[in-house]
Design a protein around this ligand. Structure first.
Ligand code: SF4
Length: 505
């Protein structure tokens, strides 16, 4: 005898196979039992493209879950624009996304919606689905000079390992989070913590991450990072050497020596090629670091939260004694500055050729201010990386490898919630997308654990048929909006092709 109560019905939209009582939602909160039918809780999301730049863009319609007929509303006025065919206007300007569509699982069946449209006289098919990703993660770019932790150090959320620090980029620290090993290869707690952190990051929510042997950083896509409780403001103008090159002419004649302190490449203007070309005189300065090329020094300090991403709190710590035989004289002036211009100090040599700190002359304030002014605001960037491979493709065509070849050959366009993606060359369909370009809360999860992300494959109708597509399942936009799908009753329209476009308005 089964102890399942009769009013519970089974959701088969993912391998968890929840039994859901009437009026309740399943484990992922994405599906519910509504009067004995499994429904997707979020409405199917349709994007309406803005007619042109400057066109009014409005936010989501109120999320009542009720279809209010907005899909039929023209976004262009055919009377004012005779080039627009009123019969095809809606199809051409509305795009059905995978958001709210439901999943293809179990993958033997066609994707939830296969939409035909006419665009510029061409028959186009878009196959939409909410894909379940066990193989996925995020790459996080954090614009900061500060040392967040050593490369390969473990990154944790809620105490669980969810990824690692990877190789840094120009002015940014990089994290690689998620992936199938953290989602499925560790403990249950690790998988859950990884899935929760990935979903929050992808939905542009703040997530606190701790790095073994490093900092605690709050990451939120599109927002400034918060490193050890301090909001990061600026991204470096360049490395120390580049900063010397950019500002050498402005310093000439105002100061005898400039050192730009940087964890990676500390620059010294009198020795640097830029200084030599401008006729800078030797100053007898000595830098405690590994000299790479003239005026460029590596490893002046260990990485840290101090000047230019070093551990330096007092910049004089990176200087050796000044050498009188190589140009050091009493009164020689020295500016030391960090790569963001946030830290600076001015010195003059005394009779013993020791630097004595003094107020920054007004003549140098402008150049220090220029470094600061040329720094861009610090931001966190989150790219979702997923593999749209495996059986998901079976919901698109009966011959999945043809779809892969078509995506790789650029005859099928792949989008994620309507946002443009980058498809990695090579095998499979591995793509990356900037999560800020998707509508809000486009990502979900299932407790297997795995992430759920919207996907749309768009191609010419003839091509779709030749790929082995499910021709009988092709439907018109109007039909989809009026009658819904297996799980979806309601729709909503987001005007603007993506969040970036909406933000521009
Ligand atoms: S976790 Fe969600 S999608 Fe999976 S069976 Fe339960 S309700 Fe359905």
């Amino acid at each position: 005898m089964s102890d399942i109560k009769p009013e519970k019905i089974r959701c088969d939209a993912c391998p968890v196979m929840c039994y859901i009582a009437d009026g309740k939602t399943g484990a992922c909160d994405r599906y519910a039992n509504e009067n004995g039918r499994i429904v997707r809780c979020d409405p199917l999301t349709v994007l309406a493209r803005a007619v042109d730049d400057g066109a009014p863009i409005v936010p989501f319609l109120p999320e009542t879950g009720e279809w209010d007929g907005e899909i039929a509303r023209p976004v262009a006025d055919p009377a004012a624009d005779p080039a627009v065919d009123p019969d095809t206007m809606d199809e051409a300007q509305h795009f059905v996304t995978g958001i709210g569509a439901g999943t293809t699982y179990p993958d033997y069946k066609p994707a939830p919606f296969i939409v035909s449209r006419e665009v510029d006289g061409a028959d186009v098919v878009t196959v939409v689905s909410e894909a379940i990703f066990s193989y996925c993660g995020v790459k996080v770019k954090i614009d900061t000079d500060r040392h967040l932790g050593p490369e390969t150090a473990t990154v944790r959320a809620g105490g669980e390992a969810i990824g690692h620090v990877t190789t840094g980029e120009y002015g940014s620290q990089m994290l690689s989070l998620g992936g199938v090993h953290h989602l499925t290869g560790g403990s249950k707690a690790e998988g859950r913590a990884t899935c929760a952190a990935l979903m929050d990051l992808c939905n542009c929510q703040p997530v606190e991450l701790t790095i073994d042997g490093g900092s605690t950083v709050v990451v939120q896509a599109g927002a400034a990072p918060i490193v050890d409780g301090v909001v990061e403001k600026r991204m470096r103008v360049g490395c120390g050497s580049a900063t010397i090159g950019m500002f050498a002419t402005q310093w000439k004649g105002l100061v005898d020596e400039v050192v730009v302190v940087d964890d990676h490449i500390t620059g010294v203007v009198s020795e640097h090629q830029a200084g030599k070309v401008l006729g800078w005189a030797d100053t007898g300065i000595r830098i405690k670091g590994r000299r790479s090329t003239p005026g460029r020094y590596f490893q002046v300090s260990e990485p840290g939260l101090g000047w230019g991403g070093t551990q330096v709190e007092d910049p004089l710590d990176i200087l050796g004694p000044f050498n009188p035989k190589k140009g050091a004289v009493e009164g020689l002036s020295l500016l030391m500055v960090s790569t963001t211009g946030e830290q600076y100090a001015y010195y003059e040599l005394n009779a013993d050729l020791e630097p004595v700190r003094m107020d920054l002359p007004d003549s140098l304030r402008k150049s220090v201010g220029m470094i600061d002014e040329n720094c861009e605001p610090s931001l966190c960037t989150v790219l979702f990386v997923g593999g749209a491979g495996g059986s998901l493709r079976a919901g698109v065509t009966e011959n999945p490898v043809r779809l892969t070849r078509s995506v790789q050959g650029l005859t099928t366009s792949l989008t994620c919630g309507g946002a443009e993606v980058y498809v990695w060359p090579g095998g499979g369909i591995t793509f990356m997308v900037d999560v800020t370009r998707l509508p809000d809360n486009a990502f979900g999860y299932v407790p297997t654990p795995a992430l759920v992300a919207p996907l749309e494959f768009t191609m010419a109708r003839d091509l779709y048929v030749s790929l082995g597509g499910y021709s009988p399942s092709i439907r018109s936009l109007d039909d989809i909006v009026e009658t819904g799908g297996e799980y979806s009753f309601s729709s909503r329209v987001l005007e603007g092709s993506d969040k970036r476009q909406a933000a521009k308005s």
